[in-house]
Design a protein around this ligand. Sequence first.
Ligand code: FMN
Length: 364
Amino acid sequence: MIGLFDRLARPLLHALDPEDAHRLAIRMLQFAPLPPAMRDDRRLALRVFGLNFPNPVGMAAGFDKNAEVPDALLHAGFGFVEVGTITPKPQAGNPRPRLFRLDADDGVINRLGFNSQGADAALRRLAARAQSGGLVGVNVGANKDSLDRIADYVALIERFAAVASYVTVNISSPNTPGLRDLQQAAVLNDLLARVIDARERVAPQAGPTPVLLKIAPDLSLPDLDDVVGIARSRRVDGMIVGNTTVTRPKNLREIGKAKEAGGLSGRPLLPLANRMLAETYVRVEGVFPLVGAGGIDSGAAALAKIRAGASLIQLYSALVFHGLGLAGEIKAELLAAFEREGVDSIGDFIGADAASVTAEPWPD
Ligand SMILES: Cc1cc2nc3c(=O)[nH]c(=O)nc-3n(C[C@H](O)[C@H](O)[C@H](O)COP(=O)(O)O)c2cc1C
């Protein structure tokens, strides 16, 4: 059924302006929810950050920015859905056009700039579904005009902890000027201290809420040393590696669109994202798990991501090109890999290739 939905919807969505197509996809999921996907094979289940994931394939942040369709996405077979980025106050984001499909590359460039309906709207929706089950993470960010960005993160953790399976501190969007400066050591140390403190403060009412840090794939390795060191000392529960890149790989075919400002995602991001994931994995030394995002468009790419160090994976851009059925295809291909390699859980693959990936020439 999901295949049929994809076949009917995709040509229509591709004929539209990318942002209109995205809006329509959300509407379709709201008003014509998909039939539930098949129950997951038990071999796909895993426990990460103290949460039980039915499968490791997640919807990355940015698709459901305002928490409008998390349950429809869970029904479609995602093991977890990350909504957001949500900012405290509503904000419009950058002027359109700000979303570009690089069809020949299976890539996307966006400079949306945290367009968000704001915390109140998202909180209302998440509170209404709080008893529905399923893992829904909440990705939070600062308003563009905020005078105290760290205070924005703290306020959002306090508000969302009770309705979020986990919270992601997003300091890696390239489209809010200065946001990625929060990755600098001294600022990050302060940010994480205050965020973890806020989580502890609300825990008696909200319960234990894992806090994840989402980083850019564009950090230098010395900066990554600092970021991982601080994340470890501040005891975050995990990291997501990573966000979109401001770099442009040499082999992009859509030369014209590649010049658009913004973050690149999708297949062209895979080599860099895998490299940064593996570099992070070797630095984290198993202290906390990693979520791998960037360029996953097949079971093989998902497995490569897990082997580079991811316990869980997330995707977004490839869904634009392959449709929502991709989540099911990836799960089937992971199970086929289990059979082929004679293993019976994802744990056997996590990080298996991290050392060799870090020894390769830097991807260009
Ligand atoms: C259109 C678009 C919007 C995005 N918005 C967000 C966002 O609001 N917050 C965030 O943390 N990441 C955002 N991302 C980044 C994705 O969550 C993901 O980290 C990145 O796209 C790499 O995965 P992919 O190659 O599978 O798309 C966005 C990505 C795209 C393509």
